[in-house]
Ligand binder design. Structure first.
Ligand SMILES: [Fe+2]
Length: 416
């Protein structure tokens, strides 16, 4: 059967002109049994469209253990785990480790990721995430899951009265990446095993703009890194194409005491981060210095891919020879080490792209399988659940075998 690509349904809030290329539902394939040829087509589609959705992803496993207390149909879930990692591995055949390292998230208790991810013992590349208590789930006898909410991460929080009304926040805009030692995964899969139903919520930006976005309960929100670059004013495009970010060593431990901004797009500069000497042992050679713009391997487009929370320093190259200096920012280049200044610059460049009209909030249904280009989009957990709202998702990604490619010499000439 031929693969059919259907545009994703956009909410009324979305500016459709900015989503022409973004997101497709893939029809006509058995997501549980993809052939090599189909994976090649899916790979190309993913790099063109940023996120692919497979509805009712069903597979026929050869064996499984039936557990009446499991929240999932074990038959489906066990096979989907395999699909999750097989599918992901297609994009990077030599990579084997989970994006944060196999079996690392549970042991690194100081990391802010620690409570959010439970590793599936038999397939350590796959994490169980969600909300509520899940029993007998693929080797996890009992997993207490907590949907991360802004209440534990943002400097300011929504009032209890507004909470009750369903007002919420974006939790943390990010790329799935360790940002230290390991390379950012190329793709991530999310599989909705158990998806609770409930009333829609309203994301409030609370940054003085008055912006808000109505979203489905427990949505995962995506924005395009390509759009993030394309809507920048020319002088900021020039900075982006010349810029690199130096990330903190062990960034998720480093930022643990700090608090985030109300938009979830970075950290408030209150000096709460750990000092370099307070971190677990680290070495300079494993610190990540990555371009602000990552080049799409299929389309050649530039995607603004920065994890704002982990950024420590900015390095901006001088303008290339022959470029006009008129109105140029940092024409002679810069090495910015003041953390507040680094964050202010990144925020200025990234905030326009999370405006409500540019956000795709996915409306999860059970057995939705979403594959996204982790080097081409930013995403965030959204909203808050009550303890009895059970949500079980499988997440899979692999630390990549290479670093993302930055802008080419031609790109720099064109945009600087
Ligand atoms: Fe993520």
């Amino acid at each position: 059967m031929a693969i059919e690509l259907v545009p994703l349904p956009l909410p009324a809030s979305a500016d459709a002109s900015k989503f022409e290329d973004f997101g497709r539902e893939v029809r006509g394939v058995d997501a549980g049994n993809l052939s090599k040829e189909e994976l090649v087509q899916i790979e190309e589609a993913l790099y063109k469209h940023g996120a692919l959705l497979f509805r009712d992803a069903v597979v026929t496993p050869s064996s499984s253990i039936v557990s009446p207390r499991s929240v999932a149909t074990p038959r489906l879930a066990s096979t989907l785990i395999l699909i999750g990692s097989t599918c992901v591995q297609h994009f990077d055949p030599t990579s084997e480790n989970y994006g944060h390292g196999n079996n690392k998230t549970g042991s690194t208790t100081k990391s802010i990721l620690h409570p959010d991810l439970k590793t599936i013992p038999s397939v350590p590349q796959v994490q169980l995430i969600g909300n509520g208590t899940v029993y007998d789930h693929h080797g996890l006898a009992e997993a207490k899951l907590k949907h991360p909410s802004h209440h534990t991460f943002h400097k300011t929080v929504v009032s209890p009265a507004d909470d009750e009304k369903g007002v919420t926040r974006y939790y943390r805009w990010h790329i799935d990446a360790a940002l230290y030692d390991l390379n950012p995964p190329k793709v991530t899969t999310l599989y909705g095993v158990t998806v609770p139903e409930g009333p829609r919520q309203v994301v409030r930006y609370d940054d003085g703009t008055g912006e808000e976005l109505e979203v489905p309960l427990g949505t995962t929100a995506f924005v395009s890194g390509k759009t993030m670059f394309e809507i920048l004013p020319e002088q900021w495009k020039s900075v982006a194409v010349r810029g690199r970010v130096r990330y903190a060593p062990h960034p998720y431990v480093w930022m643990a005491p700090a608090k985030a901004m109300s938009t979830g797009l970075g950290i408030e500069s209150d000096g709460l981060e750990l000092g370099m000497g307070e971190l677990p042992e680290w070495e300079e050679g494993k610190v990540k210095v990555l371009p602000l713009l990552w080049k799409n391997p299929v389309t050649g487009a530039l995607h603004f891919q920065v994890h704002p929370c982990g950024a420590l320093e900015l390095l901006i190259d001088p303008l290339p020879r022959g470029a006009s200096r008129e109105g140029a920012l940092y024409p002679d280049g810069a090495h910015i080490t003041d953390l507040k200044e680094v964050r202010d610059i990144l925020y200025k460049m990234q905030r326009p792209a999370i405006a409500p009209a540019l956000v795709y909030p996915h409306d999860w249904r059970p057995n939705d399988f979403v594959l996204f280009h982790n080097r081409g989009v930013l995403h965030t957990v959204v909203g808050a659940f009550k303890p009895d709202q059970i949500r079980a998702f499988h997440q899979c990604n692999l630390a990549a075998s290479d670093e993302p490619a930055g802008p080419s010499e031609e790109d720099v000439k064109k945009w600087a």
